[in-house]
Design a protein around this ligand. Structure first.
Ligand code: HAS
Ligand code: CU
Length: 576
């Protein structure tokens, strides 16, 4: 194996930029995951701007003749958007990224490469089945939060089940690779990036048990017509046990990048490794006992449970606040390396010409608003006003579609060149892409948020409907002019998507210049001063299970839910 070149500047001690040839060894496996992830994303991401247009009163008035062909597929388009972007793209990307981190940081191959390929095939089968159910068969417009009473076609659930089974196979491979490394390196601390992958997949494996239960006890039997009734409240409980960890499953690779790559890419150094590990563990452990913050408006859940989960939600904010401090300090160091001398000038003395860095800083910037919008609707009383309004999509477009997605995009700008062996096709297009994405999401987030405060509901294209002349609803109509701002944001985002895909296709097929500069810092060591018990994964799993049982157990044994549940029949909605 070639020796990695160690950076001699003291600020980057222990971080290495390995030779490019070393990084390309696993190009087929990881490249295939990234490529299929991008293919899944394509139809989903294109639906976004059209939804923004279809909800804008100004846009609909300008193009009334579009109403029937484009806007009448609202729920189908929204399902494509949510399922492809938030479930298939993310999961495939995260698994590919985890394999990369494990192999490079531990400097050993996966436990069973054949199992990784098998998991990939299972996930692709899942993708095809679900895509068929939504886009071709067409009777599966149940949105990405697929709980009852809406019921989709069986292929929809079978596809999602396969996706999850694929992630369990991937997790087994990752855990066994780690265990092999531990066996060969007794007493050593694993690198921080590996610690992040382990925390994430441990959380994921535990959290997905509830969605598996939901699939097999309710959704699949209902969709085949084997059972006639389902319990929507129980379905929502089982979904949101998994639903909140899901959002951190998306976030983890971004955190891994911010903590273990961005500091060196920006030219600085992480403030604290220990704080990073604490943040990763807190994120994983406290993601489980907080999911009721999605159910604060549900009638079948006790006030005590709502209170406990609200308090714990404010605990799970702490690791992100630690992150703001740690990464902020790393960026300040980078700015000082670039000549910043005054208190705040490090903010703009960054390497703005590098899209890998710019995209990630764009993501961090948007996370300030995304995070704070989350803190606002996590507050019990404010949630009652904001739940199910367009405030909620505003929040998750500033977290998932901005902080996470921009960081993934920053990673794509090194991943794709690395896997292809050619430089990025156009740096300028990449910078323009990041700028239009940030600009588009600011307009989108502000428009949706302001409309939501005015009461405009989410998940409807009825912004233009008269609401039967109802006075209160007409007040919402006034607020819905904010959705014109959203539509302008959607237009900018459409430009950004075109720039992104053109650049990636250009890098794959038209870029001629060989890649000579490595932008992927890899740490192969953990900080030796850290206590070893931080890596006691059985203990952390135990803590997760106990906390989750304490927070969710009382809900499930609540007789209102299990014994007096409001049972309804599944409604197989042929909505489009
Ligand atoms: Fe959330 C709903 C609460 C984080 C995603 N969330 C959602 C939904 C999604 C989602 C998809 O309590 C919709 C689900 C559905 O369809 O119904 N969320 C929170 C809270 C946090 C949070 C408290 N959410 C996320 C993340 C997501 C995500 C992350 C995706 C990746 N969320 C909620 C609640 C609901 C909800 C309620 C239900 C609402 C309802 O009623 O339905 C926290 O984890 C956020 C903490 C984050 C921070 C930000 C820290 C800032 C940092 C950046 C620093 C910047 C620097 C750069 C250093 C406190 C780290 C400086 C440089 C410059 C150039 C300025
Ligand atoms: Cu949540």
């Amino acid at each position: 194996m070639q020796r990695a070149k160690t950076i001699d500047r003291p600020v980057l001690a222990r971080l290495t930029f390995p030779p490019l040839s070393m990084l390309k060894e696993e190009r087929w496996l990881i490249g295939s995951h990234i490529l299929v992830a991008l293919l899944a994303l394509f139809p989903g991401i294109l639906m976004g701007p059209f939804q923004a247009f279809s909800r804008s009163p100004g846009f609909v008035a300008m193009f009334p003749e579009w109403e029937i062909p484009v806007f009448s597929f609202y729920y189908q388009a929204l399902t494509v958007h949510g399922v492809m972007n938030a479930l298939f793209f993310t999961v495939l990307f995260i698994v590919g990224h985890a394999y990369f981190v494990m192999q490079r940081s531990l400097q050993r191959p996966l436990w069973k490469p054949g199992l990784a390929w098998l998991a990939f095939v299972v996930m692709i089968a899942g993708l095809l089945a679900t895509a068929y159910a939504i886009m071709i068969e067409g009777r599966s417009s149940v949105l990405y939060t697929f709980y009852t009473p809406l019921t989709a076609q069986p292929w929809f659930y079978l596809g999602l089940t396969l996706l999850i089974v694929g992630t369990w196979m991937a997790a087994t491979n990752l855990f066994m690779t780690y265990a092999g490394w531990k066996r060969d390196n007794p007493g050593k601390r694993c690198p921080l990036a590996v610690f992040g992958v382990m925390s994430n997949f441990l959380m994921w494996c535990f959290a997905t048990t509830s969605v598996a239960l939901l699939m097999f006890s309710m959704l699949i039997p209902a969709s085949f017509g084997w059972i006639e009734k389902t319990d929507p409240q129980l379905a929502r409980i089982l979904f949101w046990f998994f639903g909140h960890p899901l959002v951190y499953f998306w976030l983890f690779p971004a955190y891994i990048s911010w903590y273990t790559m961005l500091p060196a890419q920006a030219g600085g150094r992480l403030f604290s490794q220990l704080l990073g590990r604490v943040a990763f563990l807190m994120l994983a452990i406290f993601s489980l006992p907080v999911g009721v913050h999605h159910l604060l408006a549900d009638p079948g859940i006790s006030q005590v449970a709502k209170f406990v989960h609200t308090v714990l939600t404010f605990v799970v904010i702490v690791p992100s606040l630690l992150t703001a401090f740690n990464i902020g300090a790393a960026l300040e160091r980078a700015g000082r390396q670039h000549g910043a001398t005054r208190r705040l000038d490090w903010l703009w003395k960054q390497d703005w010409k590098n899209p890998v860095v710019t995209a990630q800083i764009g993501g961090l910037f948007m996370f300030i608003f995304g995070g704070f919008s989350g803190m606002i609707h996590a507050s019990f009383t404010l949630n009652i006003a904001l739940h199910n309004t367009s405030w909620v999509p505003a929040h998750f477009h500033m977290t998932l579609a901005s902080a996470v997605m921009l960081t993934y995009i920053g990673m794509l700008y090194w991943f794709v060149p690395l896997l292809r062996g050619r430089v990025l096709w156009s740096r300028t297009a990449a910078l323009a892409q990041v700028a239009t994405w940030v600009g588009g999401m600011i307009l989108f987030g502000h428009g949706m948020g302001a409309a939501g405060v005015g009461g405009v509901i989410r998940r409807t294209d009825l912004a233009n409907a008269p609401y039967f002349g109802d006075e209160t609803a007409l007040a919402f109509q006034k607020a819905s002019v904010w959705l014109n701002t959203t539509a302008i944001g959607g237009g900018l985002l459409l430009i950004s998507v075109i720039l992104l895909y053109t650049n990636l296709v250009g890098t794959l097929f038209f870029s001629r210049k060989p890649l000579t500069e490595n932008q992927v810092p890899i740490s192969t060591e953990g900080d030796t001063r850290l206590p070893l018990w931080l890596e006691n994964w059985w203990m952390w799993l135990g803590v997760m299970i106990i906390l989750a049982a304490m927070a969710w157990g009382p809900l499930l044994v609540d007789e209102e839910i299990l014994f007096n549940a409001p049972i309804t029949g599944p409604t197989g909605l042929p909505m489009r």
